[in-house]
Design a binder for this molecule. Structure first.
Ligand SMILES: [Zn+2]
Length: 536
C-alpha cells in the first residue's frame, strides 16, 4: 500500500507538499510556499522572523510539524519540538529520499528552503537554472531560498539577554539538485559556471564545503520518470513514480492551450501507457470553460500596440519567458524595441545556456535592457556582469523619454516608480497581460495601478476595471492573457486520456469538480484532506 499525505495544496491554489511513502521509501512531490495561508497572517512589513528559524512557520501552521525533515541550523529554539509533538499532524520523519520538483514557481518550490540540504531535489535542468536565476536576481527571504542558503548561526550581540538569535552566516551553502532530463555531464562549462556562480569568491576550502555539483537523477531510490509539460514557466514537468501499488503520476501545473501544448499531449500519452494506479492532478481553472491561447495573446497584443502613438508599457509575468518572446515578436512587427529589465535579461541569458530557441540578447536587434535610474552603491555581481556584457544594449529613462513611440517597456506594477523619470507623453498605453486580482491585497494594488495610470495619462488596455466590487476586463479588450493552467474541459480530457484507476485533485479550490464527470468514465476520485493520508 502506498500512502499519500497532503500537507499543502488542498483547497488552495499552490503550496503543494505531498508526501509519498512506499514502505520505508519516501519522496515529497513539490514543497511549495503556501501563499494563501501566509497572507492570512503576513504582509510585506510583517513577515516570519528569519532570526527565529523554524519557530514562526511551524507555529503559524505554514510548515507541517515533521521533525527531522528541516535544516538543523534553523532549529535553535530550545525545546522547539516539545511544543509541536502534540499537534495533530506531528511526525518524526527520519528518512526522506528526495523532493520531486515540478517547476520553479515558488508556490511549488519555495519551502524547499527549509528542507535539510542533504535531501536531493529532482528537477529538469531548466527548472533548476530558473530557480537559481530567480534567487540570484531577487530578494529571496529566508523562507524562499531554494537553490542555496546562508546557514544560520547563533549570535549574542553585546547587551543582548538571550543568546538565541540566529543570523545568516556569510558562506552560502548550495542545495543538492539532481537533473532528470539531461545528463549534467553534458552541460557546457558556461552552464556549470552559472550553477556555481557565487560560490567561488571564498577561500578554496570554503568553496569545497559550500558548492555542490549537479547530479543525475538515476540513483533515486524510486524508479521515476520526468515528463515535460507546458505551463507558464519553462522547464515545467510532471512526474511518474513506480511504486509497489503501480505507477503514480503527479501532474504539477499544466495546460493544453499554450505554444508547447505538444509537450502536455506527449505526457498524456506516455502516462497512459504506464496504466497508472493514481493520477494526482491540478485543478486551478476547473471552473473555466475555455482558454485564451498564446496565438490570441499575440494577435490581440499586436492589434492594441500597432495603433498606439506613444510609449507602450507591457505588464506580464517576467518568469513567463514565452510571453516575453510573444511581445518581442510584437515589437518586431510594430518596429519598436522591447526594453526588458536586467533581471529578465539574466533569466534569458540563463535559459540560453540550456537551449538555443532563446535569443542571444546582444544579437537581437529589437531587444534592449532598461537600466534603473537610481543605482545602488554596490550592485550585485550578476547585475554588474549583465550590464557590462550587454553594454551596447542598455537604455535609460532619458532614451525612452526622447523616443517614446519606439519602445515597448516590460514593466510590472512594482516598476512604476520609474515613471517620474520617463514622463510618458500623450497617447501612451499600458497593456495588461496578466491575471486579474485574486484577493483584497491585489485589489488594493490594482486601485493603485489605476491611480498611477490616471496620474501619468496612460490609457489602460486589457486592464481589469472595478464595477460594484467586481473586477472585469472590458469586453473589447479581452484575450491578452493565456493562463498557465488548463480549463475544466481540458483537465477532464487529461484525466480521461490517462485513465488512472484513481484520481486525486490538488492545487484547486473546487476539487469536487472531478467527482461526477469522472465517475461516468469509471475513474474513482479520492478527495484529499489537509494533513490527511490517502492509501492507494
Ligand atoms: Zn505554476
Amino acid at each position: 500500500m502506498v500512502r499519500l499525505t497532503f500537507y499543502g495544496g488542498v483547497h488552495e491554489i499552490g503550496g503543494n507538499k505531498i508526501l509519498l511513502e512506499d514502505g520505508e521509501r519516501r519522496l515529497f512531490l513539490d514543497f511549495g510556499f503556501p501563499y494563501k495561508k501566509h497572507k492570512l497572517f503576513y504582509e510585506e512589513y510583517l513577515k516570519p522572523r528569519s532570526g527565529a528559524g523554524l519557530l514562526d512557520p511551524l507555529s503559524m501552521g505554514l510548515l507541517p510539524p515533521l521533525e527531522g525533515l528541516y535544516r538543523d541550523d534553523l532549529d535553535k529554539t530550545p525545546g522547539l519540538w516539545d511544543q509541536f509533538r502534540s499537534e495533530p499532524f506531528y511526525r518524526r520523519l527520519e528518512q526522506v529520499d528526495g523532493v520531486l520538483l515540478s517547476h520553479a514557481h515558488l508556490d511549488h518550490s519555495g519551502h524547499v528552503a527549509f528542507i535539510k540540504a542533504g535531501i536531493p531535489v529532482y528537477s529538469t535542468a531548466v527548472t533548476a537554472f530558473i530557480a537559481k536565476a530567480i534567487q540570484d536576481s531577487g530578494k529571496a527571504d529566508f523562507d524562499q531560498q531554494v537553490c542555496y542558503f546562508n546557514p544560520a548561526v547563533r549570535v549574542c550581540p553585546p547587551g543582548w539577554k538571550q543568546p538565541s538569535l540566529l543570523a545568516a552566516n556569510e558562506a552560502k551553502q548550495q542545495r543538492q539538485f539532481c537533473i532528470a532530463d539531461v545528463n549534467p555531464g553534458t552541460l557546457g562549462t558556461a552552464a556549470i559556471q552559472f550553477w556555481n556562480f557565487g560560490f567561488w569568491e571564498k577561500t578554496a576550502r570554503q568553496k569545497e564545503l559550500a558548492s555542490c555539483p549537479l547530479k543525475a537523477h538515476t540513483d533515486c531510490t524510486f524508479n521515476v520518470r520526468c515528463f515535460p509539460v507546458d505551463h507558464s514557466i519553462p522547464g515545467a514537468c510532471a512526474w511518474g513514480i513506480e511504486t509497489s501499488s503501480g505507477w503514480i503520476i503527479y501532474s504539477g501545473d499544466l495546460r493544453l492551450h499554450g505554444k508547447r501544448a505538444k509537450l502536455t499531449e506527449g505526457f498524456m500519452e506516455q502516462a497512459a501507457n504506464l496504466r497508472p494506479r493514481a493520477l494526482i492532478l491540478e485543478g486551478t481553472n476547473v471552473k473555466r470553460q475555455t482558454n485564451v491561447s498564446d496565438q490570441e495573446v499575440y494577435e490581440n497584443g499586436l492589434k492594441a500596440i500597432a495603433g498606439a502613438g506613444g510609449l507602450v508599457i507591457a505588464d506580464f509575468s517576467p518568469r513567463d519567458v514565452y510571453r516575453l518572446l510573444t511581445f518581442l515578436q510584437i515589437a518586431k512587427e510594430t518596429g519598436r524595441k522591447l526594453a526588458i529589465l536586467p533581471k529578465d535579461a539574466y533569466l534569458l541569458k540563463t535559459m540560453r545556456l540550456l537551449g538555443s530557441d532563446i535569443p542571444e540578447i546582444t544579437r537581437e536587434d529589437n531587444l534592449v535592457i532598461y537600466q534603473d535610474t537610481v543605482a545602488s552603491r554596490s550592485p550585485a555581481m550578476w547585475l554588474r556582469n549583465i550590464s557590462q556584457e550587454c553594454d551596447s544594449k542598455i537604455v535609460v529613462a532619458e532614451d525612452v523619454r526622447a523616443a517614446q513611440d519606439q519602445f515597448i517597456l516590460c514593466f510590472s506594477f512594482f516598476d512604476l516608480n520609474e515613471l517620474p523619470s520617463i514622463r510618458p507623453g500623450p497617447g501612451s498605453l499600458y497593456v495588461f497581460s496578466s491575471s486579474e486580482p485574486h484577493d483584497e491585497e491585489q485589489e488594493i494594488d490594482f486601485r493603485r495601478l489605476h491611480n498611477w495610470l490616471e496620474h501619468f495619462g496612460l490609457r489602460g488596455y486589457g486592464l481589469p476595471v472595478e464595477t460594484n466590487g467586481d473586477w472585469q476586463i472590458p469586453d473589447d479588450q479581452k484575450g491578452l492573457h493565456a493562463s498557465g493552467h488548463a480549463c475544466g474541459p481540458d483537465l477532464l480530457k487529461i484525466a480521461s486520456e490517462i485513465v488512472p484507476q484513481v484520481l486525486i485533485p490538488v492545487h484547486s479550490e473546487h476539487p469536487d469538480f472531478y467527482v461526477t464527470p469522472l465517475a461516468h468514465r469509471g475513474i474513482k476520485v479520492m478527495l484529499p484532506t489537509a494533513g490527511g493520508t490517502l492509501e492507494v
